[in-house]
Design a protein around this ligand. Structure first.
Ligand SMILES: CC(C)(COP(=O)(O)OP(=O)(O)OC[C@H]1O[C@@H](n2cnc3c(N)ncnc32)[C@H](O)[C@@H]1OP(=O)(O)O)[C@@H](O)C(=O)NCCC(=O)NCCS
Length: 180
């Protein structure tokens, strides 16, 4: 997959083995040690991320090259809905940008690249827990309250989704859970 050079001196690239240590350090810095207690982490436990949708942003400018950001996705399912149907979806996150490189478009570039890739790979629906004012810039909107639920306490106003195929959110309801 080609990398995407950006005017702000960072490049979005597929994540490789060699990035993992720096990604972990970045997530610790961005979210702190409490990150594993978040509602969305329960859905990731024991499940591998979608490798083909893990991207990093690398800052290519002076004084040194550094990891600028990271985005990953996990497979999830929602349901059953009233008709007994479950839906495969992606859980976006964690998304993190190095504190000294925030506000330069890194987060949005990581989302744009990875959501394009997800769509190209045939994924139809993406959910996340996050701030609507930020994620609506990438096309996310609030899931109607209570329509989809999480296994841990969460703020329903922060449960967001974006369809990658027309009508992909129609009929989606029930508990979000790890894939069966
Ligand atoms: C949230 C985060 C990923 C944004 O990445 P970023 O590269 O700094 O964001 P971008 O440069 O793409 O976008 C910056 C714009 O988004 C806005 N923005 C950033 N975080 C926001 C938030 N939580 N709510 C609303 N707006 C937000 C900025 O004010 C800025 O607005 P402007 O363009 O009008 O100046 C980054 O700040 C981060 O890693 N934060 C700590 C971890 C975190 O909270 N991750 C998200 C989990 S829900």
């Amino acid at each position: 997959m080609p990398s995407q050079e950006n005017a702000a001196s960072f490049a979005v690239r597929p994540q490789s083995e060699g990035h993992l240590k720096a990604v972990d350090a970045l997530l610790d810095k961005a979210f702190g040690p409490g990150r594993f207690a978040k509602a969305s982490y329960r859905l990731r436990e024991g499940v591998a991320p979608v490798d083909s949708l893990s991207f990093v942003a690398e800052y290519t400018g002076a004084p040194k090259e550094q990891l600028a950001g990271s985005i990953r996705y996990w497979p999830v399912q929602t349901g059953p809905n009233a008709d007994g149907a479950t839906t495969d979806a992606l859980l976006l996150g964690p998304l993190a940008v190095a504190p000294d490189l925030q506000g330069k478009g890194v987060g949005l570039a990581l989302m744009e690249k990875s959501l394009d890739a997800a769509q190209a790979q045939g994924h139809r629906l993406v959910l996340l827990v996050g701030d609507l004012p930020y994620y609506q810039r990438a096309g996310f909107s609030q899931v109607p309250s209570g329509q989809v639920t999480l296994p841990q306490p969460y703020n329903p106003e922060r449960l967001l989704w974006r369809a990658l195929a027309p009508g992909a959110e129609e009929g989606v309801a029930g508990a979000m859970h790890r894939p069966e």
